[in-house]
Design a binder for this molecule. Structure first.
Ligand code: DMA
Ligand code: MG
Ligand code: MG
Length: 317
């Protein structure tokens, strides 16, 4: 067992999330915008890959609005459903100290939270409807997933495989939504590749939550299969992932897609090897902020800029 000092060093302070825990705004602590970064990434990468010069900017704007309301829905639902376990959180390894989330502290009532959820579903779907039918279906699937993830009787977040399933479907679906705005590369193989990517990136984050989830009695995949086993499962998953992306590289002649495939293959391999060499007992010595939040944030910003450059015709392949 490692000392509590070592544990404290590896899991805190969360560089991007630190200010959120102490944020005076109850809505920031309810909506948790730093945690959105995990889902912003597939959405913006999809947007970047799918964009062409024929995209109108207002669809991009509607897309972001629909995405934001979907996130508000996801995290508000989660805060309501988790209020009894979040009370027990010790402030480690997450984007915020969950014991300070406003449903727990009573700053926001369950009734007001539920009204926020209903309004955000409606707005997320309304803006999705204005974009295109594929975007609408994607947001519908995604928004249903958030409810199934947090709310009983399904409450997939506390079921082995259920947690991975929901995050994979949501991440993959957000990619397809982003892709559909421009409509380029709506290809099954690419979409399969992104779904596998979502599960690869999700798994280590489930393991860093192990202590909290276990003590809260949540049977997540990491708790059920044990951290070591589930991190080892990244190897076959990454193997399959590499094969899919090599096939994409083989089938498509586009330079853009080949560079993208090389980048994701490299990152997935490094990520998998790093995770596997940093499991100590039930503890994964991998900082989610360093490996997920910070790179995902910068890649998302770059993807948005890249999409805009394609839309304005500054980049052509
Ligand atoms: C929060 O889920 C994530 C989403 C997608 C709403 P969670 O309850 O498993 O994580 P946390 O304990 O960080 O709230
Ligand atoms: Mg939660
Ligand atoms: Mg979790």
């Amino acid at each position: 067992m490692n000392s509590s000092r070592e544990r404290a060093v590896e899991t805190s302070p969360d560089m991007l999330g630190g200010w959120l825990s102490t944020s005076s705004s109850k809505y920031i602590r309810l909506f948790r915008p730093v945690a959105w970064i995990c889902f912003l990434l597939p959405f913006t990468v999809g947007l970047a890959i799918g964009s062409t010069t024929s995209v109108s900017l207002h669809y991009v704007l509607y897309g972001f609005i629909s995405f934001i309301f979907s996130m508000v829905l996801a995290f508000t639902t989660n805060a309501i459903a988790d209020r009894d376990v979040d009370r027990l959180h010790d402030g480690r390894a997450k984007d915020i100290d969950l014991s300070r989330q406003p449903i727990v502290t009573g700053e926001i009532s369950i009734l007001w939270g539920t009204i926020i959820v209903i309004i955000s579903v409606l707005l997320s779907m309304l803006f999705a409807y204005m974009i295109n039918p594929i975007f609408l279906v994607c947001m519908l699937v995604c928004n249903i997933m958030w409810i199934l993830y947090s709310v009983p009787p399904t409450r997939f977040k506390a079921r082995p495989v259920g947690d991975i399933f929901c995050n994979t479907v949501a991440g993959g679906t957000l990619f397809v939504a982003g892709l559909s705005i421009g409509g380029a590369y709506m290809d099954t193989l690419i979409i399969i590749g992104i779904f596998i990517m979502a599960s690869i990136f999700y798994i280590p984050t489930a393991v860093t939550d192990y202590d909290f989830d276990k003590s809260a009695g949540l049977k997540t995949s990491a708790v059920y299969f044990t951290p070591k086993v589930i991190i080892r499962a990244l190897y076959p998953l990454t193997g399959f992932f590499v094969i899919v992306w090599l096939a994409v590289m083989y089938m498509y002649n586009e330079l853009e897609l080949r560079i993208f495939a090389l980048l994701v293959i490299s990152y997935a391999i490094i990520y998998t090897v790093y995770a596997n060499t940093h499991v100590v007992g039930t503890n994964l010595r991998m900082r989610v902020d360093k490996w997920v939040f910070i790179p995902f944030f910068f890649i998302s910003i770059l993807s948005i800029l890249y999409a805009l450059m394609k839309i304005f015709g500054f980049i052509t392949f």
